[in-house]
Design a protein around this ligand. Structure first.
Ligand SMILES: Nc1nc2c(c(=O)[nH]1)N[C@H]1C(S)=C(S)[C@@H](COP(=O)(O)O)O[C@H]1N2
Ligand SMILES: [Mo]
Length: 304
């Protein structure tokens, strides 16, 4: 299918949106707030944000998991700089009314950007607090039209070994894939992030667009997405394919269900120093009031 052309991705990045709004404000004669406020994107704050203190941009963009750029936490920051993110297109297919190969700018131009400060809990028992800029995934799903038979959403990361050195080794089932049940994907807490700290998303954090599902372990939050497919059957996911006894499809943060090799009852907040006391991990990462109902009647020791 042809690429639907129009807006370039660079026309709708957080920075350009902010610059445009700023230009509008100047045109309307509004006073501009000087100082730090200028470094913040003019995205609406969200009632879903935590009031915990965010990690620094340095911490968030230098301690990463993005195996396409290497297995060490510092590898993505070192190796992701050469990733071409503009132009970027996203294929939407499967059980949708308007499938196609969309220019990213066209796909997301009407989605309202918000700042969402979320807790983020990795399966390896470390955590951060991250001020994302993004929009609810449901906006994309509404735009492409979900058909009645769809029950899951599958996601795929870019496959480009020339720019992703980790993909030059064949010891990993590239491309990285993930999936959500449709009700999880439609939940207002589930966002697509395109920015961080009021600016564009660093490549090591999954530019130009990555999923963020704050009540699930970090590996569900797939980066640098190039395909979104609506399916009737539960899609395969990378970590579940690699080690099904350790990584389930749901991967909800759950202090009561340990990973076979370590406890999930507590976590280390990145940046606190190794001497800082560990924090108790909360059920659904603290988002239970919003999401527990999605799993009513399921045994979460089986559906882990
Ligand atoms: N494509 C892709 N997405 C990925 C990963 C990856 O290796 N490749 N790692 C996952 C894991 S294990 C975690 S913890 C988060 C880390 O996100 P962050 O680096 O922005 O904190 O990204 C997830 N998304
Ligand atoms: Mo992770």
């Amino acid at each position: 299918m042809p690429v639907k052309s129009g807006l370039k991705w660079s026309d709708v990045t957080p920075r350009s949106v902010w610059m445009n709004r700023r230009a509008l404000m100047i045109g309307a004669g509004s006073a501009l707030v000087a100082g730090p406020a200028l470094a913040r994107i003019d995205a609406a704050p969200s009632r879903y944000s935590t009031d915990e203190t965010p990690n620094t941009l340095e911490e968030i963009s230098s301690y990463n998991n993005f195996y396409e750029f290497g297995f060490d936490k510092g590898d993505p920051a070192r190796n992701a700089g050469g990733l071409t993110i503009d132009p970027w297109s996203v294929t939407v297919d499967g059980l949708v009314d308007r499938p196609g190969n969309y220019n990213l700018g066209d796909l997301i131009k009407d989605a309202p950007l918000e700042e969402r400060i979320y807790r983020f809990r990795c399966v390896e028992a470390w955590s951060m607090v991250i001020p994302w800029i993004g929009f609810e995934l449901s906006h994309i799903l509404a735009k492409v039209g979900v058909q009645p038979g769809a029950r899951y959403v599958a996601f795929e990361t870019l496959l480009r070994p020339s720019e992703m050195p980790g993909q030059q080794r064949d010891n990993f089932p590239w491309p990285y894939v993930e999936g959500l049940r449709l009700d999880e994907a439609m939940h207002p807490l589930t966002i697509m992030a395109t920015g961080l700290y009021g600016d564009e998303l660093p490549r090591q954090n999954g530019a130009p667009m990555r999923l963020v599902v704050p009540w699930k372990y970090g590996f569900k939050s797939i980066k640098s997405i190039v395909r979104i497919s609506l399916t009737a059957e539960q899609p395969p996911t990378t970590w579940n394919k690699l080690q099904p006894s350790e990584y389930g499809f749901y991967a909800n943060v759950n202090p009561g269900v340990d990973h076979p090799r370590w406890s999930q009852a507590s976590e280390r907040r990145v940046g606190g120093g190794f001497l800082a006391p560990r924090i108790d991990t909360q059920m659904f990462n603290g988002y239970g009031e919003e999401v527990a109902h999605l799993y009513a009647g399921q045994d979460l020791t089986v559906d882990f």
